[in-house]
Every structure is written in C-alpha cells, then in structure tokens.
Design a protein around this ligand. Structure first.
Ligand code: GLN
Length: 535
C-alpha cells in the first residue's frame, strides 16, 4: 500500500473564504519542495456533477481531460499546480449515493440495511483514497465543500474522523479555514466565531491540526495565542491568511506564515528543498508590472457573476502577464446588445471574446457583437457557442442565408449551419452526455492557428452537443470563413478563421481550461498580443 499522506481542508464560519485557493497554495508550496501532490474536492450537493447546474448557482463548470464536468476549484488546482486533474478529483454526494444505491440494487449488501454509517461513509472514504492508491502522489489534499455545521457535510466530516483514525496520526491532518471578522466600531478582531466553529467540528469528533484564519487585518501574537488556547491547536499552527491583491499572492503569503513547514512537521515528512517559486514569482512580477494595457470585451449572458467565466478571466490574466500587458475586461451583457447600440457599447475595445453558453437567451446580441468586430477589424476570439455564433453571423450577413441558425436555438431554421452532432441525436439524459473532455485536432498548416500553436496536432477540451454543419463547409469556405482545424477521426470542424481579418478565430473547444500560470495558453497569448497591436 503506497504511503500517501492526506490533508483535509474544512471550512468554518462562512462560505466563500477561499478553501480552494488555500488548498491550491499549500499544494503549490509542497509541490515546489519536491513532493508530488494532487487536490480533490468533495461537494456536498446531491447533483451527480455540476454539469447540470446553472452558472448562477455554482459558477463555471470546469472540464477535465478525461471529460469530467467538475467544480471550478479544479480549475484553480490545475492553474496553480500545472498538472491535470481527473474524474477522481471531484466527488459529490450525488455520485456517492448513486454508487451506493446501484450496489444495493445489485444485491451487493447481502440483505443488510444500507445506512449513512457505514455505507455512505465507506464510499466517501474509498473515493478519498482512490487518488492515493494510484501511487502517483506523496500527498493528497482533500477539500471538503460547504461549511462545518451544514447538515450535508456531516457524512464527510465523519469520514474524515474515521480516516484520521484508520491512517494514523501522522498520516492524515485537518486544516480548518475560518474567518476572523473585524468589527470596525470596536476596532477589534473577533475570535469567537472561530472558537464556535472549531467546537462544532469537535462535536463531530474532529479536532483541527492547523487553523488558517482569513482576515482583513493582521491578527498578531495575542490573537494567535488566544486562538491556540481556546481551539486546542499549537500556536505555530495558527496561520494568518490576510486579504491579498491577487489569488496568485497566496502561495507566498502562506510561505511567509510557514504553513508548509507546520504541515510537513505534522505529517513527519522531510522536504528535500525549500519551496522554489522562481517561475511563479516571475509570473507575479510580470503580472504586477505591466508595460501596456488592453481593453477587451467579454460578451456573455452571465456576466454579472464573476465566477461564471472564471477560467476565461484567468487565462486572460496568464496571457496578459506573459505579454506584460494588463488586460482590462469589459463585461457586456449579450441580452442588452443590438444593432442600434453595438457601436456605443463596443467602440474603443481592442479585442472581443464571445463566451460559451447554452440556450437562446442573448444569442442575437452575441451575433451582433461578432458582426461588429468582423466589420471593424477588431481581434475576435469565439469560444464554443462564441464560435458557433461567428458561423451563424457569417452565414446570415455574408452568405445572405436568411434566418441561418443553430438547431439548438431554432429547430426549424431553413439553414442549420450549426446542427446537433450525429451521436447526440438519440441522447435523452442531460447529465454527463455532451461531447466532453480532450479530443485531438489537426491544424491546417497555412492557418493562423498553426502559426500560434506551432504544431500540427493539438488536443483541447470540449463541452458541447452541437457542431459546425459540414453541409455548409464549402459555401462558407468559398465566402472566406475558413475551417482550419478538424477532428482527425470525425472530420468535425474545430476552428474557423477569416484570413482577411487581422485576427478572427472561433474555436469549438475551450482553450481556457488548459491555461495555467506556468503555461499560459498560446491562443490567449496570441489574442492578447493581437489586441495590443490593434490599439
Ligand atoms: N450550446 C452549444 C452546444 O452545446 C455550445 C456549448 C458551449 O458553449 N460550451 O454545442
């Protein structure tokens, strides 16, 4: 049995404290000290995966190479660690119950009463240990979604309690992330909510080994002492996590607080080296000291919610830092955009992204945005639905195919330039049934895409049901919309370009999922630099 160590990250007091960023930052420090680390997220909701969740509910749905539709925290894990995650890195209550109920139906429980303890907790424990058992990781960090005290979290906390016991003291530790609120009127930081949240955790039999305290003001020695005393935690294991200018500062802040040292100590691990963050800090330095700025519009229907397009925003930051360009994003609501106001809303932008999406809300605004940037020579990147909108725009306005559309939006369009994929026609279930995950794409050698990627065969992640309809390929191509990337097996069009436009690329895939701090995505890098040229 591989000797993997486990770190559990729980949250208390409120949600949205940034457990994912703390987990990713700790993982980064451990990784850069020579350990192989992965991070897993356990989500206490009953959806089998977040693929069926509206972005308003849960932000972006992140997609892994192996086609899992996952929580957006997995995006942070990949961006920080620069290694891919997989299906096993995100587990929900829905999936746990589905597995247990399927086993019950098969008769695997041999007549026993199936219960939360031990059957649900055993399945949770099995899922936690799957990554460790691959032998690929020295350390697995498991982030437990939700807040301690939530009814939904109880089976997870109980599983953590049992695992700490099963694995032994130095093989599994718990980091509890809490909030130390500042009362402006009293000019005081308050520890009571943290004390209560630790008490709540202890009622479930789990005492935290480390407290990471989110705060707007430095917490100082006295507060650390108080927290240590009343929460039963070593004083050096009280870690301050002060508000940061960017999430990418957090590894350095945790390094300064010595979080990794306390962790290694408690897990009885010796690092070969101190964390080396040279490349990371080079990125940070570029990010914080831009030489230029560009204004980029992002057209979507969820723009009021910053988490809905998380990976796109992060990919733009990576690409911006790489080019030493500050990227200012201008969110534009697709529903409010039309031919009457496009000029007013889009004028002055140096580049435009039309975002992914589902359903017909706001699509006419997206099509209008594409028309505007096509006609004005403004760099354009269309992602998934954004690429489909570019095809529709070209069909309608250049080929004059009146009412051309996607059959997703209008089943009886006379010109279905985007149509449902053949293998999707018989699919009735919505969950986990799209074309998902990494697929190869072969680039035409005389394309901008080839120039950008520098190789003929690429692999990118997908999440869609509809596709470029090849019945219209020749017509669109003759009119100047060139398909330049194809799935080598199916002939599915993955990329379209306009050769006569300064920079116009639509991609059926999601390049944003593969951009990381140390490996900014070439397409975003090229797009941001084209936006600067257009300035
Ligand atoms: N709704 C479109 C499809 O299913 C695009 C999906 C997306 O943008 N991810 O093909």
């Amino acid at each position: 049995m591989p000797n993997t160590k486990y770190i559990f990250v729980t949250g208390g007091v409120t949600s949205s404290l940034g457990k994912g960023i703390i987990a990713a930052s700790l993982a980064k420090l451990l990784q850069s000290s020579g350990f192989s680390v992965t991070i897993q997220k356990l989500d206490p909701y009953i959806n089998v995966d977040p693929g069926t969740l509206n972005p308003y509910e849960h932000g972006e749905c992140f997609v892994t190479n192996d086609g899992a539709e996952t929580d957006l925290d997995l995006g942070h894990y990949e961006r920080f660690l620069n290694i891919p995650t997989s299906q096993a890195n995100n587990v929900t209550t829905g999936r746990i119950y589905q597995t247990v109920i399927n086993k019950e139906r098969r008769g695997d429980y041999l007549g026993k009463t199936v219960q939360i303890i031990p059957h649900i907790t055993n399945e949770i424990k099995r899922r936690i240990q799957i990554l460790g058992e691959t032998g690929d990781y020295d350390i697995v960090i498991t982030e437990i979604g939700g807040t301690v005290g939530d009814i939904e979290s109880l089976p997870y906390i109980e599983s953590v309690r049992q695992l700490k016991w099963d694995l032994g003291k130095n093989n599994a530790i718990v980091i509890h992330l809490t909030l130390i609120p500042y009362l402006a009127a009293a000019k005081e930081l308050k520890t009571k909510p943290t004390q209560h949240s630790v008490k709540e955790l202890m009622q479930s039999g789990v005492s935290p080994d480390i407290l990471v305290c989110r705060t707007e003001h430095h917490i100082g020695n006295e507060i650390k002492r108080k927290l240590a005393l009343f929460c039963n935690v070593d004083k050096e294991a009280i870690i301050e996590s002060i508000d940061a200018e960017t999430i990418y500062d957090v590894p350095n802040l945790m390094l300064a607080e010595g979080l990794h040292k306390v962790v290694l100590n408690k897990l009885e691990l010796t690092a070969e080296e101190k964390p080396i963050l040279t490349k990371w800090n080079k990125f940070l330095n570029n990010y914080k000291n831009p030489e230029n700025t560009v204004e980029i519009g992002l057209v979507g229907k969820y723009i009021e919610l910053q988490d809905a397009y998380k990976s796109i925003l992060e990919a733009l930051d990576h690409a911006g830092a790489h080019n030493r360009i500050k990227v200012n994003i201008h969110p534009i609501h697709s529903e409010n955009l039309n031919s009457g106001n496009a000029d007013k809303k889009l004028k002055g932008l140096q580049g435009l992204i039309v975002a992914p999406g589902f359903g017909d809300r706001g699509i006419e605004g997206k099509i209008e945005a594409v028309r505007y940037v096509r006609e004005h020579g403004i760099p354009f990147l269309g992602i998934c639905l954004g690429m489909q909108m570019a095809v529709i725009e070209y069909a309608r306005n250049i080929l004059k195919l009146k009412n051309a559309n996607s059959t997703e939006m209008n089943i009886s369009t006379p010109h279905p330039v985007i149509d449902i994929m053949e293998d999707q026609k018989m699919v009735t279930n919505k969950g986990g049934t799209m074309r998902l995950g990494a697929w190869d794409c072969k680039l035409n050698k005389d394309s901008k895409a080839f120039e950008i990627y520098g190789e003929e065969m690429i692999s990118e992640r997908h999440r869609h049901r509809y596709e470029f309809n090849n019945d219209y390929l020749q017509k669109l191509k003759d009119a100047g919309l060139r398909p330049t990337g194809f799935n080598p097996k199916t002939g599915l069009v993955e990329i379209v370009e306009i050769a006569t436009h300064p920079w116009f690329i639509g991609v059926q895939y999601h390049p944003e999922y593969k951009s990381t701090v140390l490996n900014p995505h070439p397409l975003f890098v090229a797009f941001v630099s084209a936006c600067l040229e257009n300035k």
